[in-house]
Write a protein that binds this ligand. Sequence first.
Ligand SMILES: [Zn+2]
Length: 397
Amino acid sequence: MRAVCTLLGVAFLLTAAPPHRVTAQDYRAQALRILKTTPLIDGHNDIPDAIRARGGLDSVDFARLQPHLMSDIPKLRAGGVGAQFWAAYVPVTTIDSGPHPAVYALEQIDLIKRLCAKYPRDLAMAYRAADVERNFKAGKISCLIGIEGGHAIENSVGALRMFAALGVRYITLTHWRSLSWATASTDTAQRGLSALGRDVVREMNRVGIVVDLSHVNDATMSDALHATRAPVMFSHSSARALTGHARDVPDSILKLVPGNGGIVMVNFNPGFVSEAVRLYEDSMESRARALRAAGAAATSVAESTKAWVARAPKATLGQVADHIEHIRAVAGVDHVGLGSDFDGITEVPVGLEDVSKFPDLIAELLRRGWSEQDVSKVAGLNALRVLRVTEQVAPGK
Ligand SMILES: [Zn+2]
């Protein structure tokens, strides 16, 4: 009798047990497992200029947690990062005064190489796709160099070739200001690439530097896509169909990317991924302009701005995933990647606060039903392909 009762009890427990639900932790564990075999490659991180602003390499212990930075080695490790394009960012103000843009770029490249050399247990330079794979197998995070701002070449294809020789793997054609040969997304001018701009693109193809179309206007995106013989990259841009920011990529351009073989690496900047945040930021700018026009002191404008920022709506990790899914829908899963812009952005989406949070984004895609193969493409395989094809196309390397 007792045995029967026990059997009945077991049967009851078996039938009453809820079906196994895959929990958030399960998806996160799966994401971390994937990132152990696939290098996660982020398209854009501004730590070089953040370190420069803090007084240089000796002022920041990158091997320890840096609470005021979005990136450091412990957070990169927690985030399963396999390779990082560090931005050799050159302010457009250098066009007018201060160090020459080319010198500023050289100093940023120098800082990236010294950063990488200072922490050899964790970091290693990478100049080719094979370097990324080799470093990954050795348990090291690859450091790749991308120059942000074509003004760095100072209209010289000779300087461009020397940047290639130093190991630069992409150049963002413009930053916020247009050049004579390429037009910025923030400019009202409609022109695209000039004849020199097309020469620059072809020379980049020849020496194996990826043409980065983040920051340029739609005409320049289109002209570059037609001029290039190698895949392009949008190192840190999201989808304009979801957030109407000029820095994002319109569907008309997304449709051209598969034919080119390139990649759009989604930016996490709240104003680029949330339409509510974008509209709020626009309204903040016009309110600040109105205050200045009414003669308000700079300090009171700054104080009002601080209060507005505190009340701003928040972007979310889910919205970043929405951008990834939109680009997948329009351009295909082979043409989407990650380009966080960490340490270059001041606000972050909820859930994507720093480089340690990449696995949460991968987990969100898995939760939405993505296959392991497809999340691996977004995490790093697509970016690796762009690097590899660029190397194959380049006869000058
Ligand atoms: Zn940027």
